[in-house]
Design a protein around this ligand. Structure first.
Ligand SMILES: NC(=O)c1ccc[n+]([C@@H]2O[C@H](COP(=O)([O-])OP(=O)(O)OC[C@H]3O[C@@H](n4cnc5c(N)ncnc54)[C@H](OP(=O)(O)O)[C@@H]3O)[C@@H](O)[C@H]2O)c1
Length: 264
């Protein structure tokens, strides 16, 4: 049995993944943005081991989430699930001066990947919309473009695949993969979503804990437990490195140095 940490597990696919993992006998640590959501997360996943708390739109709180996770011990798998969707109608600025979507969907998983002690498996939730992401990585902070919520979300989901593949390259001893769960009727997906909600959480659970040889791979992109070809730029090491450089500059967390450090 494995020990798994899931970001954004108070609701949606994160909560569903946590429930399935607990049912299967795994130990699960949840994550929620604040105390009230943490109580709801624990009530929604009976049998979960613990919950850590922090708002991932804040660099400081995200660092604190990593400290809390490390304090509860080592994990076999981390599922980077938390995100905000494509419906933000304007550029919402975080306390760090970043666009909210970028802070939660791109920078937080980068920071947590660097600061949480190395698990055996990492899963990053992306989306089919990553195909529309801007692989020039120009204007990540939306200072020069006019705001478009769907484009900002698509960019962030491209970043998640780039991050998964960069980590797969830099950490050959860890399985690091990306998942698109389909358009499903969670809070984010909304009631018109057309894909099968019951399939939306299974691939990330499978990648996190299964002994199936098809799940014990790295640097792949999945949809419904099958490999799916991601946008070509996600394989481009120069684009991956550009994202890592920008995230290092914006967060002060040096993921590559942390990965190279023997202590981790
Ligand atoms: N649903 C879809 O159709 C779809 C399609 C493609 C990809 N995805 C991806 O699947 C993943 C899960 O999405 P979902 O549909 O389950 O979304 P969801 O129902 O909106 O759940 C998102 C979770 O992330 C948490 N979260 C958001 N911002 C946070 C913050 N600043 N700090 C801490 N936690 C935060 C939310 O907390 P609260 O509940 O407190 O808000 C919630 O628990 C995301 O990465 C998404 O991009 C979803």
């Amino acid at each position: 049995m494995s020990r798994v940490f899931i970001t954004g597990s108070a609701d949606g696919l994160g909560k569903m993944a946590a429930q399935l993992l607990v049912q299967e006998g795994h130990s699960v640590v949840l994550h929620a943005r604040n105390d009230a959501r943490a109580k709801e997360a624990m009530a929604g996943v009976p049998g979960a081991e613990a919950v850590v708390i922090g708002d991932l739109s804040s660099v400081q709180q995200t660092r604190d989430v990593a400290d809390q996770v490390n304090a509860v011990g080592a994990f076999e798998a981390v599922i980077h699930n938390a995100a905000v969707g494509y419906r933000e109608g304007r550029r919402i600025q975080t306390e760090d001066g970043l666009p909210h979507v970028f802070a939660v969907n791109t920078l937080a998983p980068y920071i947590l990947t660097g600061l949480i002690r190395k698990p055996k498996r990492l899963v990053y939730l992306s989306s089919g919309l990553h195909q529309q992401g801007d692989d020039s990585l120009k204007d990540l902070l939306w200072q020069h473009r006019s705001w478009q919520g769907t484009q900002a979300y698509s960019d962030s989901k491209l970043h998640d695949v780039l991050l998964a593949f960069a980590v797969a390259r830099l950490r050959p001893d860890v399985f690091s993969n990306a998942v698109e769960p389909g358009w499903v009727a969670t809070k984010m997906g909304g009631p018109s979503a057309t894909d099968d909600l019951d399939q939306g959480h299974r691939t990330q659970v499978w990648l996190a804990v299964s002994d199936d040889p098809q799940a014990r791979v790295s640097g792949e992109h999945f949809y419904h437990m099958r490999r799916r070809t991601p946008k070509a730029a996600t394989r481009d090491v120069a684009v991956q490195n550009k994202l890592l450089d920008e995230c290092r500059r914006l967060s002060g967390v040096d993921l590559e140095a942390l990965i190279a450090s023997p202590a981790r």
